[in-house]
Write a protein that binds this ligand. Structure first.
Ligand SMILES: [Zn+2]
Ligand SMILES: [Zn+2]
Length: 421
């Protein structure tokens, strides 16, 4: 199984969070062909703990799209109906030992991929065929690495149990929590998570990471009253004005001397026509902070602004939290283990301890859960040169990072899946 071809397959079939039907089906196929036990559907996800779900229409659309692929077994797809995507592969070694898990996120982003002739996926013919969905963060590579790594381990030449967690909906920090709630991480002794790139060039490996930001994702909806904008505008209540007022004021929240912070209103939409006072508006936004306390304070201020902007314009406002994540604490012992292993991997030139993340990741729910139960966890970064920033429509990785990552994970697994002393 060629890791580059796998990556290109997943890149070409990009699916956003909780709609990864085709992606999950392919992962299940490969894992089954390698004799892994696979669990998926409602067996890996607590239904009520899912947050920030796409609309039923979006889920159905993606489901029907996947159903047209004749290689997918209908019963597999059926088990995922309603957005129960993702899969866990389990392989038992030939002797008793620890349970070691590796986590790979599998979702794409709602980005329309570039058609520029110098964008390599376009030139080489593996641009996303799902218009408006794009692997602009490198999770296509994560899946491919996970499957090639699965193949390397398939000989079962180890002690203990290998657990491969293919997690949906990382973007928006949504998919990890329902998997944790279902108990997927309950028996894990050691957990390794990873990300490619994030500013680390090809040849770099960080054994761990720090300075992850706390993040809160919100959806805000304004409800007003529609009216004729010429004849009787005074009878209307303009929802877009409420949204616009709050957008400017949310971005005007003060910076904090005590913490790094970020604020972004990433979407604002509403209204239907030029001659109708808009009765509905929607916003998607987020706050981030290095301090949990400061992020809570940002949350309080955002709610205040959303509510008072609604009051100013006589509107109703509904606020929903779509996702939350907190900082990840890596265990030094695992960070050192990854560093020592990385030094012997061909293609790795620089090995460091802690990558300063300044981003957010819902792997935090998994790492914290494992650590609270006495296990250890780390979140490593594997370098790759990138063509444009993460989440940009021209994002692309250097595929030379893929075999490096597979070698690294295989060696990390060999060092950890050993007899208990
Ligand atoms: Zn991302
Ligand atoms: Zn990512």
């Amino acid at each position: 199984m060629d890791v580059v071809s796998l990556r290109r397959f997943f890149h070409q079939h990009a699916e956003v969070g909780f709609t990864e039907f085709l992606t999950t089906s392919k992962i299940i196929d490969v894992l089954r062909s390698l004799d892994y036990k696979v669990i998926y559907g409602k067996d890996i996800m607590e239904a009520e703990k899912r947050r920030g779900m796409p609309s039923e229409w979006q889920i159905e659309q993606a489901y029907c799209r996947a159903a047209t692929a004749d290689w997918i077994e209908p019963s597999v797809l059926e088990a995922m109906k309603g957005g129960y995507t993702g899969v866990v592969g389990i392989l038992e070694g030939t002797c008793p030992g620890p349970i070691v898990a590796f986590r790979f996120d599998i979702d794409a982003l709602p980005v329309k991929e570039s058609e520029d002739p110098d964008h390599l996926p376009q030139t080489l013919g593996f641009r996303s065929v799902h218009e408006g969905n794009m692997h602009a963060c490198g999770h296509d590579a994560h899946v491919a690495i996970g499957l090639s790594f699965a193949e390397r381990m398939a000989s079962r030449n180890f002690c203990g149990v290998l657990k491969l967690i293919f997690q949906p909906a990382e973007e928006g920090v949504r998919g990890a929590y329902p998997m944790v709630a279902k108990g997927i991480l309950d028996d894990v002794d050691k957990l390794f998570c990873l990300h490619l790139g994030l500013g680390a060039p090809l040849g770099y490996v960080y054994g761990g990471s720090a300075n992850w930001l706390n993040v809160t994702k919100y959806s805000a909806q304004y409800y007003g009253i529609a009216a004729h904008s010429g004849q009787s505008p005074e009878l209307g209540r303009n929802s877009l004005l409420g949204a616009a007022t709050s957008l400017l004021n949310i971005h005007a929240i003060s910076r904090f001397g005590s913490s790094d912070t970020r604020i972004n209103v990433g979407l604002m939409e509403g209204g239907t026509a030029a001659n109708i006072v808009p009765s509905y508006a929607k916003m998607l936004l987020e706050t981030r902070a290095s301090s949990e306390e400061v992020n809570r304070e940002l949350e309080r201020r955002v709610r205040n602004i959303l509510k008072h902007s609604a009051d100013m314009h006589d509107l109703n406002c509904e606020i929903e939290i779509m996702g939350r994540a907190f900082s990840i604490q890596c265990d030094e012992e695992l960070v050192r283990l990854v560093m020592e292993t990385a030094r012997d991997i061909a293609g790795v030139n620089y090995v460091h301890d802690f990558y300063q993340a300044s981003a957010a990741e819902d792997a935090c729910y998994m790492t914290e859960h494992v650590q609270k139960r006495g296990g250890q966890a780390t979140y490593m970064i594997i370098g790759t040169d990138i063509a444009a920033a993460h989440h940009n429509e021209r994002f692309d990785i250097d595929e030379a990072a893929l075999p490096i990552a597979v070698d690294l994970l295989s060696q990390v697994a060999a060092r950890t899946l050993t007899e208990r002393c």
